[in-house]
Design a protein around this ligand. Structure first.
Ligand code: PMV
Length: 342
């Protein structure tokens, strides 16, 4: 009898420094603008896949408290993405998939980038019998192809397929998109202050489709190439004040677009504003070298050098003792491995 294997992918989440907000073409996941992110390290999704004994797919998700839920409905993003991969690549074998996050589910950290990235890697590894990223490449799945397949499940997932800092270029047509790592070696820390653990009422998929209703969107698009160049230059020069200034302006601008869209998307909360005011005061009066960015939610990501992180955490704990913090850092990207089922 053939040996059976389980293929496991570990894919980290990422935090966008230049945000992807808006799709030019939803069916082809073609973004309105270029984006750039830092891949995280410990916030990961682990997804295992094996060829199913029965003829139908099973996706089981464990929530960290020992509760496992099986998903089969096409209202689930993972179920839809598995169907997409099968259609696109022509694999027919049914898969048994088990997945969990290293960060608590529903804690306000988006899991779609890591989750859809891990599903893409694990499923294709199981279908092709690939035991590593190198073997996947030999099986005609180089990293950029995998990133584009992951992007079809969730745009930001494409960027999670590389480590370090990753650019996603929109290009002049859907097929001219590129996802590539930057040649930047600069470890930074991301301290996530959890203002809310609630799932957001409006997900990013719906939000991406309303950007053009904001009168601020076209001016934003016009200014983005210059900001992207600033961020790339700051990363290349390891210039934290320049990077910080640009990413704060970027996060506030994305939220200005959200707040002026129809229907209005109001993700920020009073606590978010309190944190931003506090951080600015710490910087101006205490010289704390730390800067914020915010995703489609109320939680604040504070970016700083690793040696500044303990001080930021200590000051946050004093000023906001009730806020939970998650500390993460620049990571190396995905892992893929396999083991026999018995
Ligand atoms: O990948 P999606 O569809 O969940 O969109 C992500 C949108 C932001 O997180 C707000 C920005 C980004 O570039 O990651």
């Amino acid at each position: 009898m053939h040996k059976q294997y389980i293929f496991t992918a570990e894919v980290p989440s990422n935090i966008a420094l230049i945000k992807y907000w808006g799709k030019r073409d939803a069916a082809q996941q073609w973004p309105e603008n270029d984006s750039l992110s830092m891949t995280l390290d410990s916030a990961r999704t682990h997804t295992s896949a094996q060829i199913a004994a029965s003829g139908s797919d099973v996706i089981r998700r464990a929530d960290g408290q020992g509760v496992v839920t099986a998903y089969t409905s096409s209202s689930d993003k993972a179920v839809r993405h598995l169907a997409f991969l099968r259609r696109e690549l022509g694999f027919s074998a049914a898969l048994e998939i088990a997945t969990h996050n290293t960060f608590p589910t529903g804690c306000g950290i988006a899991s779609s980038a890591s989750g859809l990235g891990a599903l893409t890697l694990a499923a294709i590894a199981a279908w092709t019998g690939s035991a590593s990223l190198t073997e996947l490449e030999t099986a005609d799945f180089p990293r950029e192809r995998l990133a584009h397949l992951a992007r079809m499940g969730s745009g930001s997932a494409g960027r999670s397929l590389f480590g370090g800092y990753v650019a996603w270029h929109a290009g002049s047509s859907p097929s001219a998109q590129r996802i590539e790592p930057l040649a930047v070696d600069w470890p930074l820390t991301d301290i996530i202050a959890l203002v809310s653990r609630q799932e957001k009422a409006v997900g990013s998929s719906a939000g991406h489709l309303t950007v053009r209703s904001s009168p601020l969107f076209l001016p934003r698009l016009a200014g983005l190439p210059a900001r992207l160049r600033l961020v790339e230059a700051a990363l290349a020069a390891h210039d934290l004040p320049a990077l910080g200034h640009a990413i704060e302006a970027e996060a506030l601008e994305m939220h200005a677009v959200m707040l002026s869209s129809e229907p209005r998307l109001a993700y920020l909360q009073p606590r978010t504003s309190e944190l931003l005011a506090w951080l600015r005061q710490q910087r101006e009066e205490q010289g704390l070298a730390a800067y914020f960015t915010i995703d489609a939610g109320p939680n604040v990501h504070i970016i700083c050098a690793p040696h500044t992180a303990p001080e930021v955490v200590q000051r946050l704990n004093t000023a906001f003792p009730d806020l939970a913090l998650i500390t993460d850092r620049t990571g190396q990207g995905p892992l893929l491995y396999r083991r026999p089922t018995h």
